[in-house]
Design a protein around this ligand. Structure first.
Ligand SMILES: [Zn+2]
Length: 285
């Protein structure tokens, strides 16, 4: 998100998404109908034109990431603005114009603040759509994650877990690893990912099942706060985890086999998945 030296082309991004839920509300565009949006859009274009010497064209968007962008084409400056700007007060429109003109460094700050305050107008991407960007593959060569998940849900968790599970892609790392994230849960996507290193014949089923169980508990417990600090393994979480029948055996297996897991290398064909795991950041074990 560069700030300086881009009078020709610029972009303002939405604030980083959080795992906490955001209240979904209909945008003003939906509430007031397309006709009103067209009228506001014309009004906003006039307000911008009165402050910019360039020839301007305006397009209103419902983007999720890019709130403001512009580019010059054939002597025309095409400005794309999220619909939150339709209701922008004069000082913000003045900053928009200044930003487009490439002048006044303070304009950036005003725009960032405005975007942050109006982020509730940004369309929320539902979990199933986020998830559809990740291929779900639960049947491995040696362990079937969906079967483990269903069994745990039925036998130990009263069928309360409602999320998806997949083998994760193999992240590109320098070997030997210092640590390995055997599982993660993303509340945003409602998706559990299990590290592909566990899909080996010598990794016992009870161990994979423990990792799956642990991530299912993350889905059920969420993140609690203790004195302002995030607490992912609350006392309630730990007490629940004790209900896993092979807990001690699993921990012992992990201690004895950690070096092997740290040294695990993906097979050649897994290479195609490498880029994608970066998106999984935010999940945690
Ligand atoms: Zn955990």
């Amino acid at each position: 998100m560069g700030r300086a030296g881009r009078p020709e082309r610029g972009r303002r991004e939405a604030p980083a998404p959080t795992t906490a839920g955001r209240t979904a509300r209909a945008s003003p565009a939906i509430q007031s109908g397309l006709q009103l949006e067209a009228i506001w859009s014309q009004a906003l274009l006039r307000r911008l034109r009165s402050r910019c010497p360039q020839r301007l064209a305006l397009r209103i968007t419902d983007n999720v990431h890019t709130m403001l962008s512009f580019r010059r084409r054939d002597g025309l400056l095409e400005v794309r603005l999220h619909h939150m700007f339709l209701v922008a007060p004069d000082p913000v429109v003045a900053s928009l114009a200044a930003y487009i003109r490439g002048s006044e460094p303070r304009a950036s700050e005003v725009l960032d603040r405005f975007i942050l305050r109006h982020r509730w107008l940004i369309r929320r991407v539902p979990p199933h759509v986020r998830r559809s960007r990740v291929p779900i593959r639960s049947r491995g060569r040696h362990h079937d994650l969906a079967a483990l998940f269903d069994g745990l849900n039925r036998e130990l968790l009263g069928g309360k877990v409602d999320c998806e599970i997949t083998w994760g892609a193999a992240p590109r790392v320098k070997l030997p690893r210092k640590s390995i994230k055997l599982g993660s849960y993303s509340a945003d996507s409602r998706l559990i990912r299990i590290h592909p290193a566990l899909d080996q014949a010598h990794v016992p089923g009870y161990f994979v099942r423990w990792i799956v169980f642990h991530e299912m508990l993350h889905h059920l417990h969420g993140i609690t706060r203790k004195g302002g600090r995030r607490c992912v393994h609350s006392p309630g979480f730990c007490a629940d985890e004790q209900r896993y029948p092979a807990l001690e055996r699993s921990r012992a297996w992990e201690r004895e086999n950690l070096d092997g897991l740290l040294a695990w290398e993906p097979e050649a064909e897994a290479g195609e998945d490498v880029a994608q795991l970066r998106v999984a950041a935010g999940g945690r074990r």
